[in-house]
Design a protein around this ligand. Sequence first.
Ligand SMILES: Cc1cc2nc3c(=O)[nH]c(=O)nc-3n(C[C@H](O)[C@H](O)[C@H](O)COP(=O)(O)OP(=O)(O)OC[C@H]3O[C@@H](n4cnc5c(N)ncnc54)[C@H](O)[C@@H]3O)c2cc1C
Length: 403
Amino acid sequence: MSSELHTEQAAAVVGGGASGLIAALALAAGGLPVTLVAPPRAPDARTTALMDGSVKALDALGVWPLLRRDSSPLRVMRLIDDTGRLIRAPEVEFRAGELGLEGFAWNVENEALLAALDAAVAATPAITRRAASVTGIAETGTHATLELDDGSRVIAALIAAADGRNSPCRRAASIEVTSRDYPQVAVTATLAHSRPHRDVSTEFHTRTGPFTLVPLPGNRASVVCVVSAAEAEALAALDDAAFAREMERKAHSLLGTMRLDSPRGSFPLSQRTATRFARGRIALIGEAAHIIPPIGAQGLNLGVRDAATLAEIASDARRASRDIGGAEAMDAYERRRRRDVGARGVAIDLFNRSLLTDFLPVAGLRGLGLWMLGQSPALRRLVMREGVGPTSDVPRLLAGARL
Ligand SMILES: Cc1cc2nc3c(=O)[nH]c(=O)nc-3n(C[C@H](O)[C@H](O)[C@H](O)COP(=O)(O)OP(=O)(O)OC[C@H]3O[C@@H](n4cnc5c(N)ncnc54)[C@H](O)[C@@H]3O)c2cc1C
């Protein structure tokens, strides 16, 4: 069996996680015929806080109306120093209203997000979905050929590789990654609680990393609890009721009593960055290109910007009758994504390390920085704006515009 779908303007997306589904929708919105190669995926009990720009992009792609009711806005972000160290930072609150936004981000369960993306993909005639895995890639001067495990092939001028952290496409393109492992694990769960969260996301800064409560619809919140590997093991050994009590204790009972409302997850913290985001006709998207620790809700938001940027470059090339996967397009992708991904990786690394260190001057600097944020609305707005997303070279979809 062989797929004969091939024009010089056809794109293929590899991977049916959130980044791949968004890339397929964005490329199709840019006027390209797309083959999405997506094997069945495992259940995902996590949640994702989608920043304002990502929400605008999903709205422009017709996905947001399917999701809005399942998501909760983060109108206020509260940072609390719970390190118990000699020098402690003051409590700081960021209000989305200061930026004229309803919310910095909207938190949604990954299963709801993926279901909405699946539905949007199914309703897009320009996308052909194949429930298969890629087993090999060959490139010629004008196109790339994907070999699938069902014996068929897909031929395309551009390959958007959204095939996750171990990305077979990245390996096929001989792209290396730089890696950093942290001595921490993110323990995740959704909890029901007795007091309302009032759309406030609270981040306790502890000596092992942040403990973050992110609002969900109803009296529910997702928890990302960054702890040492030993504490993660101890938490895993607790039964559900004892685990919920421990989360309540870490939350200082801010949201009242807690009850587990989802399976629990455990994710060792690491940072990985591909040394190139594109080579030949293969562009890396999402975790195939970068993995950053789940601190500050940046990971998939970067993936949305990857997808939106690649789709913009490819659709502009299509309109100008240029090669959508040629060197010019791929160089532009590399250039446009490098700074955003690099800057966020550095910021999260520095912040995480500032929590782990007992070195007094570093704790002092973090405290001073947060104190200044509390005092200066202008500085606060600057930091809030950057936290929500880049302020320069923003892809059109992120501004809610059509491609
Ligand atoms: C605890 C935690 C909390 C997080 N919270 C947030 C948050 O609040 N906000 C945020 O923006 N980000 C968050 N993230 C990051 C976010 O979850 C990831 O960025 C996102 O899930 C990555 O999606 P992806 O599509 O790139 O990769 P994946 O979801 O891993 O998808 C990759 C897909 O590729 C497929 N695949 C693999 N090999 C092949 C092959 N050979 N052929 C075809 N397909 C293949 C797989 O089946 C898989 O479906 C969080 C991460 C963690 C760990």
